[in-house]
Design a protein around this ligand. Structure first.
Ligand code: FE2
Length: 468
């Protein structure tokens, strides 16, 4: 039955056509506050439709947008993906759009463009698209918060990031007609999703075995301001499928794995943290530094999937992103948002200096896994209310968006978070909540940032306030 949820059927007199994914908006290639656009995307089965897209500041002032049609031949399955770029939008503005099939409107929705005002409100969660009751509850609670955008910290869909999984475990929850705690919500038609790429999102990079793999690149349209690094996502398998995939996706693959954008007074840099990357790559390091330096935003946030600072038992050894802590510190990063570990964790503000090898580079995986030893400096005076000027970066794990929770026995039990030795773990975690699924919300206004964590019923689990 779940397969059918959220799927709209439209019967035409001449042909039967199935709209597999209703129109939704994406951020498009708009990163700084100099240019704004959105992209409308939807998908049908193999029966091509005569679609048109109109948009404007009010339904009385609609202008037409071009529709691009792309045929996807995914093994034995033929699907059609439609994209329509809404270019040159004004900032801080409501827009309406309508997608029409022949003469019948199939979507009429409203969205807000990015803000140039010194404020923001957005929701963050990760490890979500698994097709669970918790995924629906989190989607619904996120919807009630009326966020300006949603940021996913990776593992958008399970188990391998295939088209078939998005149709079953993703769109029926985040891109549906109605809202409810047992259903999900109509989020994506009005609220742009920005997504980091997790390990499950690249789990079907072998297009020979999985012809509908790497679907992240079909369904999302994100800023393309990040370079393509030497170590990045690689599509493998049958050469003809890889060639076709590359042709269809164009420059979005693999460039979309790293990008940044501004919204209000926040600058967010999304990184690919999968094991294929090289955290010591000088190009990656200088891109992060320059990206932060060039931003005038008050608040600087980095989002990626694999946490460097994690006190859970799950994925404890996968710490390679710790090596970038000094880069983040000298780039003025305030907060790092991660997923991968399916619970919620908040660190004290901290500085971390990794142990170096003989060439002066951070030493990663000396034990054959991903451990990074080093020296911690932890600001335990910060309490997020009275003492709210952190000395160091606060690291958040917010990977409780729907997939099975990890280490539930550790929830709110600091005595059970201990790892050894001291050069690898210090008591840097303030909160670890693993008894419930949850999501984060960040609100900024001028020099003040509030981060809150909510459970599946909307109860507040944690709250901190930061001030500059
Ligand atoms: Fe993961």
């Amino acid at each position: 039955m779940r397969l059918l949820i959220g799927i709209l059927l439209f019967h035409l007199s001449s042909s039967a056509q199935q709209i597999l994914v209703s129109p939704y908006i994406q951020p498009g290639n708009a990163s700084t506050l100099d240019y704004e656009e959105k992209v409308v995307i939807w998908q049908t089965d193999n029966v091509a439709g005569q679609f048109s897209v109109e948009y404007g500041k009010s339904p009385n002032q609609y202008i037409s947008a071009e529709v691009q049609t792309t045929h996807l031949h995914l093994g034995g399955r033929h699907l059609i993906l439609y994209r329509s770029v809404l270019p040159k939008l004004e900032f801080d503005q409501s827009y309406y759009y309508r997608v029409t099939l022949m003469t019948k409107p199939i979507m009429e929705a409203k969205f807000e463009t990015r803000s140039r005002k010194p404020s923001s409100r957005f929701v963050i969660f990760g490890d979500c698209g698994v097709g669970s009751p918790a995924e629906a509850e989190i989607a619904y609670q996120a919807y009630l918060k009326k966020p300006e955008f949603i940021l996913i910290t990776g593992d958008n869909v399970y188990s391998r990031g295939q088209v078939s999984e998005y149709l079953q475990n993703y769109f029926p929850y985040y891109n549906r007609e109605d809202a409810g705690p047992d259903k999900g919500a109509p989020l994506m038609r009005s609220i742009p999703f920005y997504l980091s790429i997790g390990n499950h999102d690249v789990g079907a990079a072998d297009l020979g075995r999985f012809p509908d793999g790497l679907a992240y690149y079909y369904y999302f349209d994100l800023p393309l301001n990040g370079p393509v690094f030497k170590n990045t996502v690689v599509a493998t398998g049958r050469a003809d499928r890889v060639d076709t995939f590359r042709q269809v996706i164009g420059s979005r693959f693999p460039g979309m794995a790293n990008f940044s954008f501004d919204h209000g007074n926040v600058h967010i840099t999304c990184l690919d943290s999968n094991p294929h990357i090289n955290v010591n790559d000088p190009e990656l390091i200088s891109w992060i530094e320059n990206d932060m330096k060039n931003s005038k935003a008050t608040w600087k946030i980095v989002a990626f999937h694999h946490p460097g600072f994690n006190s859970s038992n799950a994925h404890y050894e996968g710490q390679w992103m710790r090596a970038l802590a000094p880069v983040f510190e000298r780039s003025g990063v305030d907060l790092v948002l991660n997923g991968h570990v399916h619970n919620y964790q908040r660190s004290y503000p901290l500085h971390f200096e990794p142990k170096k090898d003989s060439t002066g580079k951070p030493l990663i995986g000396a034990n054959g896994r991903g451990r990074v030893d080093g020296v911690f400096k932890i600001d335990k005076k910060f309490d997020g209310s009275k003492k709210n000027e952190p000395d160091g970066i606060i690291y958040i794990v917010t990977g409780a968006g729907g997939a099975r929770l990890y280490d539930t026995a550790l929830s709110e039990k600091p005595e059970r978070w201990v790892h050894t030795p001291a050069e690898n773990w210090m008591p840097f975690t303030v909160k670890l909540i693993s008894r419930t699924h949850s999501f984060s919300m960040i609100e900024t206004k001028n020099d003040r940032l509030i981060l809150r964590q909510f459970d599946t019923k909307g109860n507040e689990l944690d709250k901190i306030e930061l001030e500059k």
